[in-house]
Design a binder for this molecule. Structure first.
Ligand code: HEM
Length: 133
């Protein structure tokens, strides 16, 4: 789970910085919010999920992690596709932005539950961690 998240995160990072570069070169900033969310939900959040799941295998191997992975990986492109389409005047794309966003939010709630349930149960990790609470 951690590896899959890290790999997908780097793809979003590449798309995000390319979009930023293109926006800057052509001086068209209409997709700024899409660029920001590709970088923050795609790159930053998924890289953090990946690193957290690498350090906490009990959390990574749970059913909650699998469900959250798919909610995030389906929700983010649907949400961003919906926002991008709306920016270009396709008002019918609003439901996609809303449904995609709701999938992401639900996934984040499951991630939070997963962390509270499973982080701290990996004895080999936590015994090496001087800062574990
Ligand atoms: C080479 C990499 C990048 C380039 C060329 C780039 C370019 C841009 C450009 C041209 C804008 C629009 C600025 C404007 O509207 O005046 C922007 C906005 C933004 N970018 Fe990037 N960006 C890059 C990487 C990133 C990364 C890695 C992140 C986050 C992890 C990020 C987050 C944001 C955010 C949050 C905004 C909105 C800022 C605001 O509206 O106040 N960008 N970026």
């Amino acid at each position: 789970m951690g590896k899959a998240y890290l790999k997908v995160a780097t793809v979003y990072f590449t798309i995000g910085v390319l979009a930023g570069l293109i926006m800057g070169i052509i001086h068209d900033f209409r997709l700024t919010s899409v660029h920001a969310h590709v970088n923050l939900l795609g790159w930053v959040s998924m890289a953090l999920f990946g690193l957290i799941y690498h350090f906490y295998p009990n959390a990574a191997n749970s059913k909650l992690a699998k469900v959250q992975f798919w909610l995030h990986n389906i929700g983010v492109p649907v949400m961003l596709g919906g926002i991008a389409a709306q920016v270009f005047g396709v008002t019918a794309a609003l439901p996609a932005a809303i449904v995609g966003s709701m999938a992401v939010v639900l996934g984040v709630i499951l991630f939070t539950i997963n962390v509270f349930k499973h982080v701290g149960k990996d004895s080999s990790v936590d015994s090496n961690n001087k800062f574990s609470a």
